[in-house]
Design a protein around this ligand. Structure first.
Ligand code: B16
Ligand code: MG
Length: 211
């Protein structure tokens, strides 16, 4: 492989937390009387928490919400989400993903996380990957979330590598756009394959071994 490091998105690539995001946002949407379904939830993939709330509020017709109240609602959702994350375990990390990561590392590649989530470290701990990655760039060290490239730029900085030496693996359009915006090649997986934006399209996570 021509890269020195791979930067993995977390949710939708290493493991799947969309069902927990959905359940937590649904509680808030019901409280606000806003229609919310799985299709709208799909639009939240890779999008930061406050931007996600903005998408949900597109259908809100009540009295205008102050920024302070929006922040309080997003924190309320996050508390529900964090409770749901307690249900995650090592069973949420597939053998294919773990074996592939181990083989990539054995080939000498550095492995990092580039996630919009402020809960990335909690999730990694739940699935048994605490301390596994060389670097973690997540929602806590950025001010602009994907499609802004900040999270990936910070990851390459942490790795002390140039963007051209890093490959990003993403399941969301916003993530592919973020990678391309900072000059990184990217591999799409899942729904992101249909975006036709990626350098590579993966049918399966283990396809990374043949790039
Ligand atoms: P949090 P990723 C993203 O993770 C999720 O895909 C997205 O649905 C979520 O809104 C975002 O993290 C922020 O998450 O509320 O936990 O900070 O795909 O970038 O790993
Ligand atoms: Mg994702």
């Amino acid at each position: 492989m021509k890269y020195k490091a791979i930067i993995f998105d977390l949710d939708g690539v290493i493991c799947h937390t969309d069902k927990f995001h959905y359940l937590a946002w649904k509680v808030l949407a019901d409280k606000l009387g806003v229609y919310f379904d799985e299709e709208i939830n799909n639009r939240l993939r890779g999008v930061g928490r406050m931007d996600s709330l903005g998408i949900i509020l597109e259908r809100y017709e009540g009295t205008p919400l102050s920024e302070e109240l929006k922040l309080a609602y997003s924190e309320e959702k996050n508390e529900i989400y964090k409770e749901l994350l307690k249900n995650m375990s090592t069973d949420d990390l597939t053998k294919e993903v773990k074996d592939t990561l181990d083989k990539l590392r054995a080939e000498g590649l550095k492995l990092a996380i580039g996630s919009s989530s402020k809960n990335a470290k909690i999730i990694l701990k739940q699935i048994g990957l605490e301390g596994y990655f060389d670097e973690i760039s997540d929602g806590n060290n950025i001010t602009n979330s994907k499609p802004d490239p900040e999270v990936f730029v910070k990851a390459s900085d942490l790795l002390s590598l140039q963007p051209i030496d890093c490959l990003v693996v993403e399941d969301a359009k916003a993530g592919l756009e973020a990678a391309l915006a900072c000059g990184m090649d990217c591999a799409a997986i899942g729904d992101a394959v249909n975006c036709n934006l990626a350098t590579y399209n993966l049918q399966s996570f283990s396809n990374l071994l043949s790039l």
